[in-house]
Design a protein around this ligand. Structure first.
Ligand code: SF4
Length: 490
C-alpha cells in the first residue's frame, strides 16, 4: 500500500476529489465517524442520519470495488486518523481540500497532503481572482461570467432567450390548492436501519442515502418537476411542502452528486424543448451561480467573517425556532414544523421568514447561524456562513449584499397562503392583531435609520418612515412583540 486516502463525509464521489485516481491495490481508504460530529451540537437527527448513512453506504461501495476501507469511530477526526496511522505506519495521508476552515487547519496540522477540491466548478484561486477585481461582489456579475466561462445557456456571447435572468417570470405566488406530482420516497435498507437505531431516530423516506438513490432523485426532478420549477420557485404554500424544488442540494453538498451531472441532465432536458427558459435559467443559476458564489465567498472572506455583527444584534435566539408551539405566527409555525419533520424548507422561507425574523428582531447573528447549521440537511459551514451572515441578517455591514433582506407581512402574504390561517393581519402594523413582521420591519428600519439613510438602495424605505403617523404607537407595539416573542406568547 502506498497512501491513505481520507474521505470526509462531504466528498462521497468516486470520480472526484482524492478518489478519482485511486487504486485498490495501492490505496487504503479512511473514513472517521467522529463523536464530535455527532454530539458536538444539537444537530437535527435527520441530518445526522443522512450524512452518516450516506458515508457508510459509500464506504461499502468502495469495499465492494476491492478497496481496503478503514471506517472507524473516534472522539475526533484527528484521533481517528491517528489510529489508522498506527496501523499503516509511514503511509502518507491524502485528502481533497476540505470544505471548512477548521477542517482545513486541523488536517494540515496533522500533516495531511491536499489535492485540489474539484467538487465545485470554480477553483478557489479563480474565484479569488474574480473577487479581488470587484468593487462590490455582486452575484449577478459572477453568474454572468460563469455562464460565459462555462458556455452554459449561451448563444455566442449572448444569453439564450435574450436575457440573463427571468426573475420577473419566476416570482409567481402559489396557485390556489396546489397538489403537484409526488416526490420520491426512499426505502430503508439494513445500513439505514442500523444508523437510525444508533441515533435513536425514525428517519423519513424523503432523503436517499446512496448514489443510486441520489441519481433517481435527479431523474425524478428532471422528468417531473423541472419544467415547472422556475415560475413557482419563490412561492410558499401549506398545500405542498416542496413545490417543484429539486431537493438535490443535500447530495451536491455531500458529494453523492456533482454539479456537472446536474448541468448535463438539465441541459439535455432543455434541448428537448419541453422545459421553458425561465425554469432552465432559474435552475442553472442556482447550480453554477449562487452555489459557486457562496462557496467562493466563504473562502475569500476568511475565517473571521462568521463573527461579524455589524448591526450589534444581541438578542437571544427566539424560542419559536426550537419549538413552533411557542408561536401563533402561522408562517413561522408551519416553517419550523416543516424543518422539524424533514430538515428542509426551500430558499424563500429560509431567507424571507427565518432570516428576516432574526434580522428584524435583532437576534444575535452567531446564535442564529448555529441554529441554521444544526437544523438543515444541506447546511455545510461554507453554505451557511455567507448565506446567514452576509445575506440573511446583514451582519457584515454590506460586504456581500448591498442591502438587508428585511420585509414586512405584505411580501409573505403575497407569496404564500400562510396569512389566511393566521392570528395576525399582515396589513396592520399597530394593535393586538398587527402582523409581527409588519410592525418589526418598520421598527427595524427606525432603529437603523441613520446607517441605512446613507445607503442609496435603502433610502426610499427609510424615507417611508416619515409617512408613518403612528410611529410612537408602532414602537410600543414592537417592544411588546419583542418581549412576547421571547416569552412565547406571540
Ligand atoms: Fe406570518 Fe404575519 Fe402572515 Fe401571520 S400575518 S402568517 S405572522 S406574515
Amino acid at each position: 500500500m502506498k497512501r491513505i486516502i481520507y474521505i470526509p463525509f462531504d466528498h462521497l464521489h468516486r470520480n472526484y476529489g482524492a478518489l478519482k485516481d485511486a487504486n485498490p491495490k495501492e490505496d487504503v481508504i479512511a473514513f472517521v465517524e467522529s463523536a464530535r460530529m455527532i454530539t458536538g451540537r444539537a444537530w437535527h437527527k435527520e441530518r445526522l442520519f443522512f450524512l452518516i448513512s450516506s458515508a457508510r453506504h459509500f464506504a461499502k461501495s468502495l469495499e465492494d470495488e476491492g478497496f481496503t476501507v478503514e471506517y472507524i469511530k473516534a472522539p475526533t477526526t484527528i484521533d481517528g486518523l491517528d489510529e489508522i496511522n498506527k496501523k499503516y505506519k509511514k503511509l502518507p495521508i491524502v485528502c481533497a481540500e476540505p470544505s471548512s476552515f477548521r477542517a482545513f487547519n486541523d488536517l494540515k496540522t496533522h500533516g495531511v497532503t491536499f489535492i485540489d477540491n474539484d467538487f465545485f466548478l470554480t477553483p478557489r484561486a479563480l474565484f479569488n481572482q474574480w473577487a479581488s477585481e470587484q468593487k462590490s461582489y455582486l452575484m449577478e456579475n459572477f453568474y454572468r461570467k460563469q455562464r460565459t466561462r462555462l458556455n452554459i445557456l449561451m448563444e455566442g456571447k449572448d444569453p439564450v432567450g435574450g436575457a440573463w435572468n427571468f426573475d420577473k417570470e419566476n416570482r409567481l405566488p402559489p396557485p390556489k390548492k396546489y397538489d403537484g406530482p409526488k416526490y420520491l420516497e426512499h426505502t430503508r435498507d439494513e445500513i439505514d436501519k442500523q444508523v437510525a437505531k444508533e441515533l435513536g431516530h425514525t428517519p423519513t423516506t424523503t432523503w436517499a442515502t446512496t448514489r443510486k438513490g441520489a441519481l433517481a432523485q435527479l431523474k425524478n426532478f428532471i422528468d417531473n418537476h423541472f419544467a415547472d420549477f422556475g415560475p413557482l420557485e419563490d412561492a410558499m404554500t401549506t398545500d405542498n411542502w416542496a413545490l417543484h424544488h429539486s431537493l438535490l442540494s443535500p447530495y451536491l453538498n455531500n458529494g453523492l452528486l456533482h454539479p456537472t451531472e446536474l448541468i448535463h441532465a438539465a441541459m439535455k432536458a432543455f434541448k428537448t424543448g419541453k422545459v421553458p427558459i425561465e425554469s432552465a435559467e432559474g435552475f442553472i443559476r442556482q447550480v453554477i451561480g449562487w452555489r459557486e458564489y457562496v462557496n467562493g465567498m466563504y473562502w475569500f472572506l476568511g475565517a473571521d467573517y462568521r463573527n461579524n455583527n455589524q448591526l450589534s444584534a444581541t438578542g437571544p435566539l427566539l424560542p419559536l425556532f426550537r419549538d413552533p408551539s411557542t408561536t401563533k405566527m402561522n408562517c413561522m409555525k408551519q416553517t419550523v414544523s416543516d424543518i422539524n419533520d424533514r430538515a428542509w424548507v426551500h430558499h424563500i422561507p429560509r431567507l424571507m421568514l427565518l432570516s428576516n425574523l432574526a434580522l428584524i428582531t435583532g437576534t444575535n447573528p452567531q446564535e442564529f447561524l448555529d441554529w441554521m447549521r444544526e437544523v438543515f440537511i444541506d447546511a455545510s459551514e461554507w453554505v451557511m456562513v455567507p448565506n446567514v451572515i452576509g445575506m440573511g441578517v446583514h451582519a457584515d455591514g454590506g460586504q456581500m449584499m448591498t442591502k438587508p433582506y428585511a420585509a414586512g407581512g405584505a411580501y409573505i402574504s403575497r407569496m404564500s397562503n400562510y396569512c389566511k390561517g393566521c392570528a395576525y393581519n399582515p396589513k396592520l402594523r399597530v394593535g393586538d392583531d398587527a402582523c409581527p413582521f409588519t410592525t418589526l420591519y418598520w421598527d427595524f428600519l427606525d432603529r437603523h435609520k441613520e446607517a441605512f439613510a446613507k445607503n442609496h438602495r435603502m433610502s426610499q424605505q427609510v424615507f417611508g418612515l416619515k409617512r408613518l403617523s403612528d410611529l410612537p404607537e408602532l414602537k410600543q407595539r414592537a417592544q411588546e412583540l419583542l418581549e412576547g416573542l421571547q416569552k412565547g406568547t406571540i
